[in-house]
Design a protein around this ligand. Structure first.
Ligand code: MN
Length: 165
């Protein structure tokens, strides 16, 4: 009888331990880790952006490749100013959820794993959402043609437009 009681006690203790572990896992919020292998880089200090934006410059253009490549991380609420690229641009969204808008068109939600082609000379902006960060690899194409031409900031009204719908 004593043996059975000890066995039951051990079983009870074991189940309690498992239960506590599961509960701890359910309530422990791990900080969300970035899925991109590239580090955030340096904080951008520029009037061409609103909010906190990080840049890791990956590839400097040269006469063979004609591309600039950088990993850009926007903290929630951060975005570029309106701008266009004389040689176009391609965005590879590597982490989070963000926004992209071409002048005169609705705001598009862009998510990790998605690709955006910004045609040459079309004014647009890109950035995080109000509540979530977004990282993309920005590829400036045809750099022999020209670079980014910066315009006015994206106002809060423009940035929040889709959230009012
Ligand atoms: Mn752009």
């Amino acid at each position: 009888m004593v043996f059975i009681k000890i066995k039951r006690l051990l079983l009870f203790a074991g189940l309690t331990a498992i239960g506590l572990t599961i509960t701890a896992c359910m309530f422990t919020k791990e900080p969300k880790k970035s899925k991109t292998p590239f580090v955030k880089g340096e904080k951008i200090v520029s009037a061409n952006f609103v909010g906190t934006v990080w840049l890791n410059h990956l590839v400097e253009t040269d006469t063979t490749h004609h591309v600039n490549i950088g990993s850009v991380t926007f903290e929630p609420g951060a975005r570029t100013n309106w701008h266009y690229h004389e040689g176009g641009q391609i965005l590879l969204v590597t982490d989070g959820k963000g926004l992209y808008q071409e002048r005169g068109k609705p705001i598009e939600v862009i998510r990790a794993g998605e690709v955006v082609k910004c045609p040459p000379n079309i004014a647009h902006w890109h950035g995080a959402t109000q509540t979530e960060p977004m990282t993309h690899i920005a590829i400036g194409t045809n750099t022999q043609i020209g670079s980014a031409v910066w315009l006015e900031p994206v106002t809060d009204e423009e940035f929040n437009a889709m959230h009012d719908e």
